[in-house]
Ligand binder design. Structure first.
Ligand code: AMP
Length: 598
């Protein structure tokens, strides 16, 4: 008999899990007092920073003083201060602790990734949230210590700011940290991918070697994952393209020479031995046209997919179901470059029911009531009413505002969340959407202004052909792997003898891609996680039909505006039935890890 205390959450799988679950219980039972303590800690730690002094917080650590003096801000408002740090100012601007590096968010500002200054100790806080995930999962899926996880994890290119601070995505920073690299052995958290395969910046070599390990250890794999659904589908697509070579490597025990990274070659030499049986199996499963259920065929012991399918990633659920025969999809956590927020306490639930419990120890959370019909415009003269974590109400939507140990104060993350219930006194949130995001395929987030700008740049090319864009809308087409942006355009061709050719319209596609933000271009160029942009030219009058359709469904004629993005199937079908011609971007847009000089 064991003496482990049964948590309100369930029976822990081991002593270590019991501690983690107890921690979750403690935090979620005392949300308000933990939040008060977190804010006091942040404010006293950062009392001498320029930022808090600018607003005359005067060393106060209580909520009332903080809320009355410190404004709610967006990235753009603090960007000049962030730039000072990037340029080498080492004075305590936001944080009393030295800035260890910049995390580059997939959210962009003026077309470039937002830079989030971070501090060393924040890694521990992230690690703490990670350490809670498996104990929760073990409550629902027994036996995860009897096998491995096949996780497709990648690092991305790093850059340095003018003052020499590293700038890289948060996961790259985490995978390169000792927290990940020298993590202690945990039987419940063993991966098929050796660190060397994850830590290679060349995405082909990294993916190839991770897939190879996954195939070699196919029977031991109990769970399959990537951060986002798009990443897992990219891995399946990679298998479609490379299974012959992978099978050859397995048959012969000789690693594909395209994998040239010496540390990968060295670690693979210990893992890769000739195994004709697995090689034949891979050939048999992959050579047919039918890829339905391929995941469970190749990895028959998989119990669930570990991928985020909430928010923009929900568009991939049908494809994941197709390849996996409808395996459960576990969305385990909700996090960002700014701060990690919380976890899903019921990770095997249906995607539509996923809600994240925000952990009150991560940072100080506030919420702006979100009224979709009246978006909150915040000015110093009319401060909005912000609600504390413990005071949000079930059924209401809120915009997330955070104050972090790294020194962000009352910072608007841009996420809209709906309160669905509580675990103890901790509210649980459904992720509704990110504000102002029109199109997203992978980690890219394109807003309406960026799309408008892209269309204007394409329209400038069409001007020489006496052609203008009458109306346009867009669609994130995820039926192809990788997915791609589709722009439906209705054109007015004033001089049919000089109408734009197929080549010209293809150049318009490229011009649009060139104008999109750097995360989009990186996905296109470095990650190959987005396919070439497509323009579909539709017949004259199509957008009027679209309006008729909207009006027949109750839209007001006076207020009707063409939607700048569509995803309702009947509308997409209507548009597709009116397509005259389709054109794809003929080349990759420009992208380097460095900022674009304009
Ligand atoms: P980044 O700053 O690039 O790390 O992106 C963070 C953003 O990704 C968040 O602010 C959310 O908009 C989105 N995100 C993170 N986790 C989830 C999740 N579990 N479900 C939906 N969206 C998420």
């Amino acid at each position: 008999m064991h003496s482990r205390v049964t948590s309100h959450l369930g029976i822990p799988a081991c002593e270590k899990d019991a501690k983690a679950l107890q921690f979750i219980e403690e935090m979620t039972r005392n949300v308000d007092s933990v939040q008060e303590k977190v804010l006091a800690e942040i404010l006293s730690q950062n009392a001498n920073t320029e930022y808090l002094q600018r607003f005359k917080v005067g060393g106060a650590t209580d909520r009332d003083t903080f809320k009355s003096k410190v404004p709610v801000v967006t990235y753009e408002e603090i960007q000049p201060d962030i730039q000072r740090i990037a340029n080498g100012d080492r004075s305590p601007i936001f944080s009393s602790h030295p800035i260890s590096e910049f995390l580059t968010s997939s959210g962009t500002s003026a077309g470039e990734r937002k830079l989030m200054p971070t501090i060393q100790e924040e890694l521990d806080r992230r690690q703490l949230l990670y350490s809670l995930l498996m104990p929760v999962m073990n409550l629902y899926v027994p036996g995860l210590d009897k096998g491995k996880g096949l996780y497709f994890l990648f690092i991305k290119a790093e850059t340095k700011t003018p003052s020499g601070l590293l700038a890289r995505p948060v996961l790259t920073s985490y995978y390169k940290s000792d927290h990940f690299k020298t993590r202690p052995y945990d039987p419940y958290n063993v991966y098929t991918s050796p660190n060397e395969t994850v830590l290679c910046v060349d995405s082909f070599q990294s993916m190839y070697s991770q897939m190879l390990c996954g195939l070699l250890m196919r029977e031991q794999v109990l769970r399959l994952g990537a951060v986002f659904a798009s990443g897992l589908l990219r891995a399946i697509h990679f298998l479609q393209l490379n299974w012959q070579q992978l099978a050859k490597d397995i048959a012969t025990g000789i690693l594909n020479p395209r994998v040239s990274d010496p540390s990968i070659r060295e670690c693979m030499s210990k893992i890769l031995k000739p195994n004709p049986e697995i090689a034949e199996f891979i050939i048999k499963e992959c050579e047919g046209q039918n890829w339905e259920g391929i995941i469970t065929r190749i990895w028959p012991n998989t119990k669930y997919l570990d991928v985020i399918v909430t928010g923009a990633m929900a568009q991939y659920i049908p494809t994941l179901d197709y390849y996996s025969g409808g395996l459960p999809k576990a969305c385990t956590m909700y996090a960002s470059s700014e701060c990690y927020f919380g976890l899903n306490l019921n990770p095997m639930c249906k995607p539509s029911e996923v809600c994240y419990t925000i952990m009150p120890n991560m940072c100080y959370f506030e919420f702006i009531v979100h009224d979709p019909t009246n978006p909150a415009t915040i000015s110093r003269d009319s401060p909005p009413c912000l609600v504390d974590l413990a005071d949000v109400e079930v059924g209401k939507e809120y915009e997330l505002v955070i104050t972090t140990y790294t020194g962000l104060c009352r910072y608007r993350v841009g996420d809209i969340l709906l309160v669905t219930g509580f675990h103890n006194s901790a509210p649980q949130f459904k992720f509704i959407r990110r504000k102002n995001v029109l199109l997203s395929i992978d980690s890219d987030k394109t807003d309406e202004a960026e799309l408008q700008n892209a269309v204007e740049n394409a329209a400038a090319i069409l001007q020489s052909y006496d052609t203008s864009v009458v109306e346009y809308t867009s669609y994130a087409d995820t039926k192809t792997i990788p997915g791609h942006y589709v722009i439906y355009c209705e054109l007015l061709i004033k001089d049919p003898t000089n109408s734009p050719s197929h080549e010209v319209l293809s150049q318009c596609c490229l011009a649009m891609e060139e104008s999109l933000n750097s995360v989009y271009r990186q996905c296109r160029v470095a990650d190959n996680s987005i396919g070439p942009l497509e323009i579909r030219v539709v017949e004259k009058g199509t957008f009027e039909e679209l309006m008729d359709y909207a009006i027949s469904r109750g839209a007001s004629i006076n207020q009707y505006k063409a939607p700048r993005c569509v995803n309702f199937t009947p509308i997409v079908e209507l548009l597709d039935s009116r397509v005259i011609s389709a054109h794809f971007s003929p080349a990759a847009p420009h992208w380097t890890p460095e900022k674009r000089r304009v």
